[in-house]
Design a protein around this ligand. Sequence first.
Ligand code: HEC
Ligand code: HEC
Ligand code: HEC
Ligand code: HEC
Length: 495
Amino acid sequence: MKNNDHTAKRKPWVNWMIFLVTVVIVFIIGLFASSIIERRSESQLYFQMVSEIPEWEPRNEVWGQNFPREYESYLQTSDTSFKSKHFGSKHIDYLAKYPEMVVMWAGYSFSSDYNQGRGHYWAVEDNRKTLRTTSRFMQPSTCWTCKSTDVPRVMNEIGVAEFYKTPWIDMGAQIVNHIGCQDCHDPKTMNLRITRPGLVEAFERQGRNVNDATHQEMRSLVCAQCHVEYYFKGEGKYLTFPWDKGFSADEMEKYYDEYEFADWTHALSRTPMLKAQHPDYELHMTGVHADRGVACADCHMPYQRDGGIKFTSHFMVSPLQNISGSCQVCHRESEEKLRENVYERQDKVAELRHITEANLARTHIEAKIAWDAGASEEEMSPVLKLIRHAQWRWDWVAAANAMGFHSPVEALRVLGTSIQKSQEARVLLAEILTRHNVEIPIDMPDISTKEKAQEFINLPMEELRNYKRKFYEDIVPQWIKESKERESKMHAKLK
Ligand code: HEC
Ligand code: HEC
Ligand code: HEC
Ligand code: HEC
């Protein structure tokens, strides 16, 4: 009461003064705060451009002059020293490791050559080098699409459809810079952007606009330009994502069946086959990390510090190479524990995977014997459908990177259905073989090594290797010369 009496006795102008002084102080504090926030966002958004980057600039070095930290970390993708239990950047010859795959891909380019992927730095070189791009397989330029920053440039020059349908070999002199800055960034604002039409068009067909994606979604969608399932549609080999019904293995399978699409006809079982690419994004989206809003970049592009400056590491690699930067931002467990968590899930997926491989190789061979014994189209048709689906589902998991870690439960479910379907095929085959007087079990050929398996499917490996040798002597140097001349004419000059 005493205090109230005191206030009441104060002269009215004193109260007004207190009020005004408070307003002024609040105003000044407000000014400070807004200036601090502005500075901070300036330091994130305003870049000191050393040299302006023209639209469609493919050369990472030119971008790198402006952003040396990001550029230098990106160059580390050339490092091929890291190896984990199932992955890493070291060379692994998958066909030597799993010779059954040679039989599973009989009649298709993958039976000649298939290695574990490495960093973005190697993308162009590895595409040139693989036996899958020898003339025998007559690839279209669609195969270059996810390998180089020159792709958006050339698409802009000649048009998207024209790009895809140009033979692979005729585009070589244009495609020289490996994947880089221009694939994911707008050169004016450095905002993330989508440059590959396949993703934009897949969104459009679903009635969505990729430009409406949130910032966090973009941190995965830039990867989903390439780390996804796609196919070469029609005569024009138009790169298309089979996402119209959804992107689980089952929904994409339905899509392909309706469209009666086949990547190739199997040389032994005569099945119209599907080859999965690498549905990393799709598998990831079914997992708990995606469910909690974790993006590819959270694990594969952790923040890094250089003195006082925080930036995004562009060394996109196995996160097991830097568990503290990648996983421990969110998880409190030790590095050993987290690595063990990854390996435990991968080992389980690998176990089912190898059961499927043995099963599928056997099924293709049994189907061939059934055809040879005079089985009819009608008898074989349900068998071929089961083989098609079983191998697609196996591949959906096997071709995706990380051996199922991105979504272990879904990976195991899909592999489980694959095993079920290949077993059903073998039950039907046993009936057919018996009906045609073939004694079962059949004698399996020796496919215990890559070489033996390739000989069994009659693949002329020597011829393919000789072709590549000549290609490196005659054609590649020409491509490099031509591209050097073109680039020396480009406007942004290197210092
Ligand atoms: C929760 C963390 C996490 C997220 C999110 C994540 N990954 Fe991974 N990724 C991993 C782990 C762990 C591996 C396995 C690495 C190993 O075995 O060495 C891996 C492996 C890979 C590999 C193979 C690496 C190699 O060494 O060959 C690729 C490619 C890949 N992820 C791409 C992606 C893409 C694309 C996305 C988003 C769609 C994504 N990842 C999301 C953790 C993650
Ligand atoms: C323009 C296509 C493209 C984009 C965009 C792209 N990748 Fe890749 N990525 C590839 C190709 C192609 C390879 C395999 C290169 C090789 O083996 O020569 C690869 C390989 C990788 C590897 C394996 C590295 C290793 O050392 O084994 C990782 C990890 C990876 N990418 C993560 C990502 C992440 C994360 C994103 C998004 C932030 C992304 N990629 C965006 C095409 C792309
Ligand atoms: C595969 C996609 C991809 C490629 C290739 C790529 N970046 Fe990035 N970049 C990202 C992502 C994702 C971020 C994080 C953006 C965010 O969260 O705002 C990023 C962030 C940045 C930033 C913002 C500052 C920072 O460090 O977070 C700069 C600058 C940058 N990148 C420069 C480059 C340069 C230079 C290159 C080429 C040498 C490059 N980027 C290649 C995906 C990519
Ligand atoms: C941006 C945060 C974030 C990052 C980075 C992250 N995680 Fe997670 N992780 C989560 C969340 C959230 C969950 C879901 C569990 C929960 O909500 O408590 C989870 C779940 C898991 C699980 C159990 C689910 C499953 O798939 O079986 C494992 C194992 C795991 N994380 C390992 C890793 C590893 C290894 C890395 C690094 C390669 C990593 N995480 C990176 C946030 C993250």
